[in-house]
Design a protein around this ligand. Structure first.
Ligand SMILES: *[C@@H]1O[C@H](CO)[C@@H](O)[C@H](O)[C@H]1NC(C)=O
Ligand SMILES: *[C@@H]1O[C@H](CO)[C@@H](O)[C@H](O)[C@H]1NC(C)=O
Ligand SMILES: *[C@@H]1O[C@H](CO)[C@@H](O)[C@H](O)[C@H]1NC(C)=O
Ligand SMILES: *[C@@H]1O[C@H](CO)[C@@H](O)[C@H](O)[C@H]1NC(C)=O
Ligand SMILES: *[C@@H]1O[C@H](CO)[C@@H](O)[C@H](O)[C@H]1NC(C)=O
Ligand SMILES: *[C@@H]1O[C@H](CO)[C@@H](O)[C@H](O)[C@H]1NC(C)=O
Ligand SMILES: *[C@@H]1O[C@H](CO)[C@@H](O)[C@H](O)[C@H]1NC(C)=O
Length: 841
C-alpha cells in the first residue's frame, strides 16, 4: 500500500466517523429537532398571549405536521444540541402575559419581544434566570413599573434594550428604576438603551455605567437623569470603550465633560448644560457626530475648537447663545453632511467657509445675524441639499431658483424682487415676511404636472396682481398662506382642487367677488381666513354643509351681506367665528347650540396643530405647524398662534343683525369672548347669561337692548372686559364681583342706575335682584384660559416676536414627539419611530 493510499483510507475513516457522530447527535432527538420540554414551554408561552386580530404565532401548533418547534416562526435551535437558543419575536405585536414557563428555555441566548404590548405590566423578574442570554430586547413593548433587579443576573448579556415603553414618550413615564446597581454585574454589556425609563432618582448612574468596561453604545434619551456625581476616582473604565453616547433630553451639568469618552457619536442636546463648550470636545479626534443643541451654552467658538475634528460629519450647535468667529479664509478640517447652526451668531457676512463644504444636505443658519446678499458661489454649490433654513436673518437681494430644496425656509429676511420658478421638487416653502414683489405667476410656470408641495407660505410680502388659476396641480397642499400682500381679482375657481388643504389664509389683500363654490370640495379645511378683503355676496351655505372640519372661520371686514345661513350650525368643530365688519342682516340663528366644541369648556391642546409630512430622502419627516389668526380680544387686535386652541370666540360685531340675542347662546359654555356690538339687536340680555362661566370678554355695546342687566352676569367671575354701553338698558346695575369696576361699561343707557354710575336708583328701580356674594372657592386664581390668552398679548409680534423666541420653541425633536401624539395608531407610530430616529439624528 502506498503512502498516498493510506492517507486516502484514513480520510475515508474520518469521514465515516463524522457521519456517525452526526447521526448519533440526531438520535439524541429521536423524532423531531425539538425537545419536548421546550416545546411545552413554547406552547405555554403562546397560550399566555392573547391573539388580537390574526394569530401572530399560528405556526406554533400541536398538530403532527407542526411538531418540530425548531421550525416554528421566530424559534431557532442550536444545530449541535437541538436546544432553543433564539426567540426572535420582535414586531409580532404580542399581547397578554409572558408565561413563567419561559425559564424552561435555559439555553436561550437571544430574546427579542420588541414591538409588543404588555399593557403597562412589569417586566417579569424570572427573565433574570435565563442566565445564558446575550441579547435581550424588550423595547417598545409597553412594560411599566419597576425594572426588576434580577436582570442583574444576566451576566452574559451583551445587548440590553428596555427603552421606549410609553406611547407618549417622555410626557408620562410608565417604567422606572430607583437605582442601577444591578447593571454593574453586566460586565460584558456592549449596548445599553434605557430611553424613557424614569431614572430621576438614580444619582449614581454614571458610576454604574463606568463599571461596564466593554460598553460601546449608551443611549439614555429623556430619562430625567440627574446631573452626574463625578468622584475623584479616575473615570476611565467605560469611557475608553464608548463610541456612542446619546443623553438627549436630561438634566445634566457641565461635569459630564470630565467623563466624556473620545467618542464617535455624542448627543447631549437638551440636557440643560450651560457655560462655555469645553475645549476638550475639540480634542475628540474620532468624533463624527455632535449634538449640543437646545442647551444654554454661551461664548465664542473659533476655528481652534475644531482643528482636530477631521472626521466630523454632523455638527449641531443650534439653539444656544453661541458666537462663531472664524477667520475669513478658514478651511475646516472636516466635510460636514449636516450643518445645524440655528441661532449661532456668525454674521454680518455670509459664512464663507460653507464654500469649502462639498457634500452637505442639511443646512440651518437661521437667526445667525447675517446681513448680506447671498454670494454667487452659494448658488453654484451642487450639494444635494434637502433642507435649507436661512430664516430670521437680514439677507438681501434676489432669490434664484437654484436655492430650491425639499424644505426651504427663507422667511424673515429682506429678499426682494420677483419670486423665481422655484417650485419643482419643493415640498415646504416658506418665503414669508420678505419684500418680494411682482405677480404670483411663478406658481404656474414652475409646475406643469402634479406638484409635491405641501406647505406654501408667502404671507407678508408685496405681491400683487391676480392669483393664477392653476391650483389643479396642487393636490397635496395642506397649508397655503398669501395673507398681507396686495393681491387682487377673484379667488380662482381651481382652488377647489386643493383636496388636502387644511389651512387657507388670504387675509388682508384686495380680493373681490364671491367665495367660489368650488371651495366646497376642500373638505379637510380647518381654518378659512379671507378677512380684510373686498369680498361680497352671501355667506355660502356650503360652508356648513360640506366643510365639516372647519374650526376657524374669519370673514371679517368684507362686504358679505344678508343673513347668517343656519347651515353654519352644522359645524360642530367650530371654535372661532369672526363675521365682524360686514353687511350681515337678519337674526342670529337659534340653532347655534349645536356647536359642540363651543358648548364644552376646556380644550384638547393649546394650539391648533397640523401635521405636515414629507419624505426627506428615505425618511418620513414631519414639520408640524400651528394655525395662526388675528383676533380682537378685550378690545385689542393681535395674532394668536401657540394658544389659538384656547380661544373660543364669536365676533359678529359691526353688522346689521336684528332680533333678540337667542337664549340658546347660553349653551356655549366654552365661550371666552363674545362680541355682538354695533348691530341692531333688540330684546333683553338672556337671563341665564351667567352660565357662561368661561367668558372673559363680553361686548354688547351699541345695540338696542333693553330691560335689566341680569343678576347672573355678576356671577361670571372671570369677566375682565365688559361693554354694555349705548343701549336701552334700565334699572339697577346688579351688585357683585367686578360689575362695579367697569366704569365705562354702562354709558349711554340713560335709564341705568346704581354704582358705578352716579345716578342713584329709586326704590322702584332697585327691583327684586338680590346682591350676589362672591364665592371664593369658585374664584380660582389667575390661571384661566383668558390668562394665557392675555399673556400672549405681551409677546411682541414681528421679527423679534418670531425670531427672538427661537430658543424657546425650536426643536426638531419636538416635531417628532408632536408627530407621535398626533397619530392614534400606536403601532404605526412605533414603526415610524425607527425612521424618525434616523432622520432626526
Ligand atoms: C390593560 O390594563 C388595564 C388597566 O391597567 C386593564 O383595565 C385592561 O383590561 C388591560 N388589558 C388587557 C388586554 O389586559
Ligand atoms: C419620575 O419619578 C419621580 C420620582 O421617582 C417623579 O417625581 C417624577 O414625576 C417622575 N417623572 C415623570 C415625568 O413621570
Ligand atoms: C472599573 O471596572 C472594574 C471592573 O468592573 C471595577 O472593579 C472598577 O471599580 C472600575 N473602576 C472605576 C474607576 O469605576
Ligand atoms: C453603536 O454606535 C455606533 C456609532 O454611533 C454605530 O455605528 C453603531 O451602529 C451602534 N451600534 C448599534 C448596535 O446600534
Ligand atoms: C420658518 O422659520 C420661521 C422662523 O424660524 C418659523 O417660525 C417657521 O415656522 C418656519 N417655517 C416652516 C415651514 O417651518
Ligand atoms: C348691504 O346689503 C344689502 C342687502 O342686504 C344691500 O342692499 C346693500 O347694498 C349692501 N350695502 C353695501 C354697502 O354693500
Ligand atoms: C368688538 O368689536 C368691535 C368692532 O369690531 C371692536 O371695536 C371692539 O373693540 C370689540 N370688543 C372687544 C371687547 O373686543
Amino acid at each position: 500500500m502506498t503512502l498516498t493510499n493510506m492517507v486516502g483510507v484514513r480520510c475515508c475513516f474520518k469521514l465515516l466517523y463524522a457521519i456517525v457522530v452526526v447521526i448519533l447527535l440526531h438520535m439524541n432527538n429521536p423524532c423531531t429537532g425539538c425537545r419536548e420540554r421546550e416545546r411545552q414551554a413554547l406552547l405555554a408561552l403562546k397560550q399566555g398571549f392573547v391573539a388580537d386580530d390574526g394569530d401572530p404565532l399560528d405556526s406554533w401548533g400541536r398538530e403532527a405536521q407542526n411538531k418540530d418547534c425548531c421550525e416554528w416562526d421566530g424559534v431557532h435551535c442550536s444545530k449541535q444540541t437541538g436546544h432553543v437558543v433564539k426567540l426572535d419575536l420582535g414586531f409580532q405585536v404580542l399581547q397578554g402575559k409572558i408565561s413563567p414557563k419561559l425559564i424552561e428555555l435555559q439555553h436561550l441566548e437571544y430574546l427579542d419581544l420588541h414591538y409588543s404590548n404588555f399593557n403597562g405590566s412589569q417586566i417579569p423578574d424570572f427573565i433574570g434566570s435565563l442566565s445564558n442570554l446575550r441579547h435581550l430586547d424588550l423595547s417598545y413593548a409597553n412594560f411599566g413599573g419597576l425594572i426588576p433587579y434580577q436582570l442583574g443576573n444576566l451576566r452574559n448579556l451583551h445587548y440590553l434594550d428596555l427603552g421606549y415603553q410609553d406611547s407618549l414618550f417622555g410626557s408620562t413615564y410608565s417604567i422606572y428604576a430607583k437605582n442601577l446597581y444591578w447593571l454593574s454585574n453586566l460586565s460584558r454589556l456592549k449596548y445599553l438603551d434605557l430611553s424613557f425609563v424614569n431614572l430621576s432618582d438614580v444619582v449614581g448612574w454614571l458610576q454604574v455605567v463606568n463599571m461596564l468596561p466593554k460598553l460601546t453604545n449608551l443611549t439614555l434619551w429623556g430619562c430625567s437623569l440627574p446631573p452626574p456625581v463625578i468622584s475623584s476616582v479616575s473615570l476611565l473604565n467605560s469611557s475608553k470603550s464608548l463610541v456612542h453616547v446619546d443623553l438627549y433630553k436630561n438634566n445634566l451639568n457641565s461635569s459630564i465633560f470630565q467623563w466624556l469618552p473620545n467618542l464617535v457619536y455624542l448627543d447631549l442636546s437638551e440636557t440643560k448644560l450651560s457655560g462655555r463648550i469645553p475645549e476638550s470636545i475639540g480634542q475628540m479626534s474620532n468624533l463624527e457626530t455632535i449634538y449640543l443643541s437646545m442647551n444654554s451654552f454661551e461664548g465664542v467658538i473659533s476655528e481652534t475648537n475644531f482643528s482636530k475634528l477631521s472626521k466630523l460629519r454632523i455638527l449641531d450647535l443650534s439653539s444656544n447663545s453661541l458666537v462663531l468667529k472664524f477667520s475669513f479664509d478658514w478651511v475646516p478640517p472636516f466635510q460636514l453632511h449636516e450643518i445645524r447652526l440655528g441661532s449661532c451668531k456668525m454674521g454680518p457676512y455670509f459664512p464663507k467657509w460653507l464654500r469649502t463644504q462639498k457634500s452637505y444636505h442639511w443646512l440651518d443658519i437661521s437667526d445667525a445675524g447675517i446681513s448680506d446678499t447671498i454670494p454667487t458661489w452659494f448658488w453654484d454649490l451642487r450639494n444635494k441639499l434637502v433642507y435649507k433654513d436661512l430664516s430670521c436673518n437680514q439677507i438681501r437681494g434676489n432669490l434664484r431658483s437654484e436655492l430650491a430644496s425639499i424644505y426651504l425656509n427663507a422667511s424673515w429676511n429682506q429678499l426682494e424682487g420677483p419670486i423665481p420658478s422655484i417650485l419643482s421638487n419643493v415640498y415646504t416653502l416658506d418665503l414669508s415676511n420678505n419684500k418680494f414683489s411682482g405677480s404670483a405667476s411663478f406658481l404656474c410656470t414652475s409646475t406643469t404636472e402634479e406638484s409635491n408641495l405641501t406647505y406654501l407660505d408667502l404671507s407678508s410680502n408685496h405681491l400683487s396682481g391676480d392669483l393664477p388659476d392653476c391650483w389643479n396641480h396642487f393636490h397635496k397642499l395642506v397649508f397655503l398662506d398669501w395673507s398681507n400682500n396686495s393681491l387682487s381679482g377673484k379667488i380662482p375657481a381651481t382652488m377647489g382642487y386643493l383636496f388636502s388643504i387644511e389651512t387657507l389664509n388670504l387675509n388682508n389683500n384686495r380680493f373681490v367677488g364671491e367665495l367660489p363654490s368650488q371651495l366646497k370640495s376642500c373638505t379637510e379645511l380647518t381654518l378659512l381666513d379671507v378677512g380684510e378683503n373686498k369680498l361680497s355676496g352671501l355667506i355660502p351655505e356650503w360652508l356648513g354643509e360640506n366643510l365639516l372640519n372647519l374650526t376657524v372661520i374669519i370673514l371679517r371686514s368684507n362686504q358679505f351681506y344678508r343673513s347668517i345661513p343656519p347651515q353654519l350650525c352644522h359645524l360642530t368643530q367650530l371654535q372661532i367665528l369672526d363675521l365682524s365688519i360686514n353687511n350681515i342682516s337678519g337674526i342670529i340663528p337659534k340653532c347655534l347650540n349645536t356647536w359642540t366644541t363651543l358648548a364644552q369648556n376646556g380644550h384638547s391642546s393649546p394650539s391648533i396643530e397640523h401635521s405636515n409630512n414629507f419624505w426627506l430622502g428615505e425618511s418620513l419627516y414631519d414639520s408640524p405647524y400651528d394655525d395662526e389668526a388675528s383676533l380682537t380680544w378685550k378690545g385689542v387686535r393681535s395674532k394668536y398662534k401657540s394658544i389659538l386652541g384656547l380661544v373660543k370666540s364669536i365676533d359678529l360685531s359691526c353688522n346689521k343683525l336684528s332680533g333678540e340675542i337667542p337664549t340658546e347662546i347660553t349653551y356655549l359654555v366654552g365661550l371666552v369672548s363674545l362680541n355682538l356690538s354695533r348691530n341692531q339687536l333688540t330684546g333683553q340680555i338672556p337671563s341665564r347669561i351667567g352660565i357662561l362661566q368661561e367668558l372673559e370678554s363680553l361686548d354688547l355695546s351699541r345695540n338696542q337692548i333693553n330691560g335689566r342687566i341680569p343678576t347672573s352676569l355678576s356671577r361670571i367671575y372671570r369677566i375682565g372686559y365688559l361693554d354694555l354701553s349705548q343701549n336701552y338698558l334700565s334699572g339697577k346695575i346688579p351688585i357683585g364681583t367686578q360689575l362695579q369696576t367697569f366704569n365705562s361699561a354702562y354709558g349711554g343707557n340713560p335709564q341705568l342706575c346704581g354704582e358705578p354710575l352716579p345716578r342713584i336708583c329709586s326704590e322702584e328701580e332697585k327691583g327684586p335682584g338680590q346682591p350676589v356674594l362672591v364665592n371664593e372657592d369658585e374664584k380660582d386664581g389667575l390661571i384661566t384660559q383668558g390668562f394665557y390668552i392675555s399673556m400672549e398679548l405681551g409677546v411682541a409680534v414681528g421679527f423679534w416676536g418670531v425670531c427672538g423666541t427661537l430658543l424657546l420653541n425650536r426643536s426638531c425633536r419636538y416635531m417628532y414627539f408632536n408627530f407621535l401624539t398626533f397619530l392614534n395608531d400606536w403601532l404605526y407610530v412605533k414603526a415610524e419611530i425607527i425612521r424618525q430616529r434616523i432622520i432626526n439624528k
